[in-house]
Design a protein. Sequence first.
Length: 161
Amino acid sequence: MAVDPQELRVAMRKWATGVTIVSASYQGVSHGMTVNSFASVSLEPPTVLISMSRDSRTHALVLASGAFAVTFLKSDQQELSELFAGRLPDDEDRFAGLTVHTLTTGSPFLTGGLAFLDCRVIATHAAGTNTLVIGEVVAARSTEEGLPLLYYDRHYREMQD
């Protein structure tokens, strides 16, 4: 017997996650989306995993470019999370007016994040309506200041020092 999707959705709300922006650039077009389905896979070789809807523009750019950037958001970047979660339509420039930088692959990072992982796609796996993308981390940077933006039970949360 299959699990009711609504029951699973309610249960998964009890899983606290950090919030990231996954972005890619291909042939002069950049796009990004809020992703909390992110995990570290291995330190040697350095690999991470993201899960993205196959219907998203970012998904298409990640596959076309073979690379993606992961920006870990700070606790004061909730507005960015909401912007990249779809406040603007998928075909609009979510990076308009924002400061970005790149590391190795050319994928854009949002300046001011807590940490940055630049990744090359090494494997993909179809999983329902999503694709699991495994990326080799080819560059990593972090800042010493700030706390992560957290998401739990449909609300943004902050860690206490």
